[in-house]
Design a protein around this ligand. Structure first.
Ligand code: ADP
Length: 241
C-alpha cells in the first residue's frame, strides 16, 4: 500500500520569500493506493503527475507531509520502497543502465544481492511477462520503441514489486506496441500486481482501471471509478479520452 499524507513539493529549494510564495507543484495531496489496484493518473501537462509519482519510491523528497509504503516511511527505508514500488520513465531510455537487455533487466536483482540462479530466473520471468523472452543478448539501442518500452517494464518487474508505476508508457509507441503494453498490464493486474499508469491517453485504460485520478495544478481534483469520473468530466475539455 502506498500512502501520501498532506504531501507538498516545490522544485526550488531556496528558502527565500519568493519560494514561500511560489505555487507548489504538488499541493497538500493525501492519497492511498491499495495493493492490487489499477489506477490511472490523468490531467493536463504540467499538472504535477510525474512529480507526484516520483515521491512513491523516494525519487523526490517532500517539502512537507509524508509518504509511506507498506506502512514504512519512504525516507526511513528507501530500499524497501524501491523494491515495493518499481517505476518506468516517460522515455524508457532514461531508465536503462546497461547496453544489453539481460544486463539491464538483471540490474535490480543484482543490486538486491540475489544469487546468480535467482537473478537468471527473475530475468527470464520478467522478459517472458512482456513477451521479450529470448532477447537477453540483444543490444537495447537496436530495439524498436515498443520493444524498449517492454524491456523497461521487464526491468521494473524483475524487482517483483507490489506496485508497478508507469509514467506515460504509450508515448512514441505505434498502435501494435501500445496494444502489447496494454495486454501486459492487464495480465499483470489480473495476477494481482498493483498498477499505476500516468497518462493523458485514456483509451482502453478506462476499462482496465478500477480508479481514475485527475490532477490539476498540483491537486487531485477527481478520484473514483473511471466511469463516474468521466461522467463528471463531460464538458471539461482538458482530459482527452
Ligand atoms: P506532468 O507530469 O503533469 O506533466 P510534471 O510533474 O512533469 O507534470 O511537472 C509539473 C511542473 O513542474 C511543470 O511546471 C514543470 O515545468 C515543473 N518541473 C518538472 N520537473 C522540474 C524540475 N526538475 N525542475 C523544475 N521544475 C520542474
Amino acid at each position: 500500500m502506498i500512502e501520501l499524507r498532506n504531501l507538498t513539493f516545490r522544485y526550488e529549494r531556496r528558502s527565500d520569500e519568493s519560494r514561500a510564495r511560489s505555487h507548489p507543484i504538488v499541493d497538500n495531496v493525501s492519497l492511498t493506493i491499495d495493493d492490487g489496484s489499477f489506477v490511472v493518473l490523468a490531467g493536463p501537462n504540467g499538472s504535477g503527475k510525474t512529480t507526484l509519482v516520483r515521491h512513491f519510491n523516494g525519487l523526490l523528497d517532500p517539502d512537507a507531509g509524508r509518504v509511506a509504503v507498506n506502512g514504512r516511511r519512504v525516507s526511513e527505508d528507501v530500499v524497501a520502497a524501491r523494491t515495493a514500488v518499481a517505476m518506468t520513465f516517460q522515455d524508457p531510455r532514461d531508465g536503462f543502465v546497461a547496453p544489453t537487455v539481460r544486463a539491464d533487466v538483471a540490474f535490480g536483482p543484482v543490486n538486491l544481492g540475489l544469487e546468480r540462479e535467482q537473478i537468471n530466473q527473475r530475468v527470464q520471468e520478467a522478459l517472458a511477462a512482456v513477451q521479450m523472452g529470448g532477447s537477453e543478448r540483444q543490444r537495447i539501442d537496436r530495439l524498436s520503441g515498443g520493444e524498449q518500452a517492454r524491456v523497461a517494464i521487464a526491468g521494473a518487474l524483475a524487482m517483483r514489486p507490489d506496485h508497478l508505476v508507469l509514467d506515460e508508457p504509450f508515448v512514441g509507441l505505434d498502435e501494435p506496441a501500445r496494444q502489447s503494453v496494454l495486454e501486459r498490464l492487464e495480465a499483470l493486474s489480473t495476477e494481482g500486481m498493483g498498477i499505476v499508469v500516468v497518462t493523458h491517453d485514456l483509451r482502453e485504460l478506462c476499462d482496465l482501471a478500477d480508479r481514475l485520478l485527475v490532477m490539476s495544478d498540483g491537486q487531485i481534483i477527481h478520484d473514483g471509478p473511471p466511469v463516474s469520473v468521466l461522467d463528471q468530466l463531460s464538458g471539461e475539455v482538458y482530459v482527452p479520452c
